[in-house]
Design a protein around this ligand. Sequence first.
Ligand code: ZN
Length: 122
Amino acid sequence: MEYATAVHSCCCGCGERVVTPFTPTDWWMTFDGESVTLRPSVGNWNQDCRSHYVIEKNRVIECGHWSDTRVEAERRRDKRAKAGYYDRASALVRSAATSTESANGDAQTGGLWSRFRKWLSR
Ligand SMILES: [Zn+2]
């Protein structure tokens, strides 16, 4: 949880290490107290085994072979999903920063104004 990542040995038995980061556009994992589910599927396209599976309630379910064309299509979809997600996230951060600056500006203006009025009323 500290690194928001799961690492497991490839479920085909090849021994390769499979790293699945948890992000809104990558994998998510649940633990119901008895079993683990990891979604979406794990496609080890960069490994010799090219295994493809999901882990559902501690069980490994094979998802079948994907062609290079389908893998490329998924990579493009994933890239678009990440770009969209991070564009929205950075827009929210910019919006929050602008409203914080505005709130601080108002507070400072109000503070200066009220000090000025106090100074005038002396
Ligand atoms: Zn493997």
